[in-house]
Ligand binder design. Structure first.
Ligand code: TPP
Ligand code: MG
Length: 607
């Protein structure tokens, strides 16, 4: 008989096997040489050095599935079973947010790919590398089984995702499969990074290969691409920045590398430059540094606008929506603009995620980390002037009923000084609640604003952080959690410790803000804003959904004073290798700052 714990989850009898690699070991199949087309694809995947392939199965890639299990021995890459294809790609996205490297995902022909599309889009907008393998029923109609192979064969499946992938292919021979997989890994990993898709013909996967392919040295087919800056442009930037009285750095898309992080600090200090960061992307500069402008935000804070007004030279390190940010000045910027970005290389005619066209007096089309290193090399790491120590912001814990600010404050207290990675944050988060002092302290948003990405991205990030000593914490809205909730099962199944805290306002509240705005503009009753938005009656059992998938479920917590105890239990569970979900009932309503920022976005489409 299984004993039950007080939180309702069955107690585990044995200690948790914490090593993902020991799970789902196949019986040795004794296959040592590639025999089928899909064995060639599997070999090429291994050459990419992707540790995992997240997937939901399908007959269209049963050949590849067999090759990974029985030819590769379900190792390098190891399969991670997901309950939805969107989760599979989101996990790969989250993994890349930590490592900067792709892992693989596999999705069934057309229908699986259709499920996965939003996660492709999130990874695309986030410029994160992901290698997705898909499949089609036999391209040769003579080889198709009746009915099922016909509905699961579509011409040009890549068209479903072509507008938000860097590249796609449908190779037609084993040699072309190998080349396509290597090219996919190479293109995905080359800055600007992004998702890629390869569609494998079922017939080609399952056909015997006539003879083994000649061996190749994969590294020679995936050369390093120089993304440094031309010396003359670096020199021009050095002159501009050294001559500036009020330089400002907008630190946007940068890597998670600690040396690069330290380089940005050294550069800012050498120049005496102020630095702004954004919640759209991972931590780029210590938010408690005296040179940091205000707090990181997804909107244009007053401090940022003031800093841009005062600046005489602005250095953008691939700042997301640089053009739109400059527009907040209300006219052409008076500062000289240096834009460091390679993003234009992936702009296309379908997705407007390239955003407003920014001013650029000096354009450096190079990798942001490399340019900072080059600038630092030329300027030297000396301090221009001493920096006063910034007083820590007082922990503001306003009274009233439990709100997001209390959820955040109590969590910050519960984790203390231990290293933590915030792997996901809800829309209404305020950057002043939690300082980021290491590149892995915060990993950025979902990229494409696709709701439901949060849980999967968080599981992928937690997978990459496993064994790092960092506590992965995801804070998700209830709407986001409910859309992507089955990612919890994959985390539990593969022993990926993660703390998920649900900011549960029982609503798609962001859109209540919008309905209120529309009602005000039209002079209609704002008290109707909740209709078609509230997730209540019944309240979904958030913790119960976690327990039903083998995770520890806590809550709903409804009192501020109960948070500390519940967090302590949940953190202890994660430390013991489990997945913990804490349901926190917060007041519907955004902090005045966030609500005002949403409402103040221009143009407001009122005319
Ligand atoms: C796939 C998708 N569907 C719908 C939306 C529109 N949308 C943006 S925010 C939001 C509400 C989010 O709800 P929740 O995660 O609970 O956060 P809250 O706004 O309540 O803080 C919705 C529906 C979206 N961005 N993505
Ligand atoms: Mg909500």
């Amino acid at each position: 008989m299984t004993t039950m714990r007080r939180d309702g989850a069955p107690a585990r009898k044995a200690p948790i096997a914490n090593d993902t690699a020991t799970l789902e070991r196949p019986t040795a199949a004794g296959v040592n040489a590639p025999m089928f087309g899909s064995d060639v694809a599997a070999d090429a995947l291994r050459a990419l050095d992707v540790p995992y392939i997240a997937l939901n199965p399908g007959a269209s890639f049963r050949g590849l599935h067999d090759s990974i299990v029985n030819y590769l021995g379900n190792s390098a890459p190891q399969m991670l079973l997901c309950l939805h294809e969107e989760t599979a790609v989101a996990i790969a996205h989250g993994y890349a947010k930590v490592t900067g490297k792709p892992m693989a995902a596999a999705v069934h022909s057309n229908v699986g790919l259709m499920h996965a599309t939003m996660a492709f889009f999130n990874a695309w907008c986030d410029r994160m590398p992901v290698v997705v393998l898909g499949a089609t029923g036999p391209v040769d109609a003579m080889k198709r089984r009746p009915w099922i192979d016909w509905i699961h064969t579509a011409r040009d499946q890549g068209a479903l995702v072509r507008n938000y992938t860097k590249w796609d292919d449908q190779p037609a021979s084993p040699g072309a499969v190998r080349e396509a997989v290597l090219r996919a890994g190479w293109i995905a990993s080359t800055t600007p990074k992004g998702p890629v898709y390869i569609n494998l013909d079922a017939e080609l996967q399952e056909a015997k290969i006539a003879e083994p392919l000649p061996p190749v040295d994969a590294a020679r087919l995936m050369p390093q691409v120089a993304t440094g800056a031309p010396a003359d442009l670096v020199q021009r930037a050095v002159e501009l920045l050294s001559g500036a009285k009020h330089p400002l750095i907008l630190a946007g898309r940068v890597s998670r590398d600690l040396d690069a992080w330290n380089g940005r600090i050294a550069l800012a200090e050498a120049l005496g430059a102020k630095v702004a960061t954004s919640l759209h992307v991972g931590a780029a500069f210590p938010t408690d540094h005296p040179l940091h402008v205000g707090v990181p935000s997804s909107y244009h804070s007053n401090e940022l606008i003031t800093a841009m007004r005062e600046a005489d030279v602005i250095l953008s390190l691939d700042w997301v929506d640089f053009g739109g940010t400059l527009k907040a000045l209300g006219g052409a910027p008076s500062a000289t603009i240096i834009q460091v970005s390679m993003d234009h290389q992936v702009h296309n005619g379908w997705s407007m995620d390239y955003m407003a066209l920014p001013y650029a007096d000096l354009m450096i089309a190079a990798d942001t980390d490399a340019v900072v290193q080059a600038l630092l090399g030329a300027i030297g790491p000396k301090r221009a002037k001493p920096f006063p120590v910034r007083e820590p912001a007082p922990a503001s814990q306003p009274g009233g009923s439990l709100a997001l600010v209390h959820l955040a404050g109590a969590l910050r207290k519960a984790v203390g000084d231990r290293p933590v990675s915030l792997v996901h944050l809800p829309i209404s988060w305020s950057g002043g609640w939690w300082d980021f002092c290491h590149p892995l302290d915060y990993l950025g948003s979902d990229g494409g604003g696709g709701l439901g990405g949060g849980p999967g991205i968080s599981v992928g990030a937690a997978l990459a952080l496993k064994g790092s000593g960092r506590l992965p914490i995801a804070i998700c809205g209830d709407g986001d959690y409910l859309m992507g909730v089955t990612a919890v099962w994959t985390a539990v199944h593969y022993r990926i410790p993660l703390l998920l805290v649900i900011a549960n306002n029982r609503s798609f509240y962001n859109d209540e803000v919008h309905q209120e705005r529309v009602a005000r503009m039209r002079n209609r009753p704002i008290e109707n804003k909740w209709i078609g938005q509230r997730i209540s009656d019944p309240d979904p059992d958030i913790a119960g959904m976690a327990r039903a998938q083998g995770a520890r479920g806590f809550g709903p917590v409804k009192e501020i004073d109960d948070l500390a105890k519940v967090y302590a239990q949940a953190i202890a569970a994660v430390d013991a290798g489990e997945v913990a979900v804490v349901d926190v009932h917060i007041e519907p309503g955004y902090s005045p700052g966030v609500a005002a920022a949403i409402a103040a976005q221009k143009p407001d489409r009122s005319g």
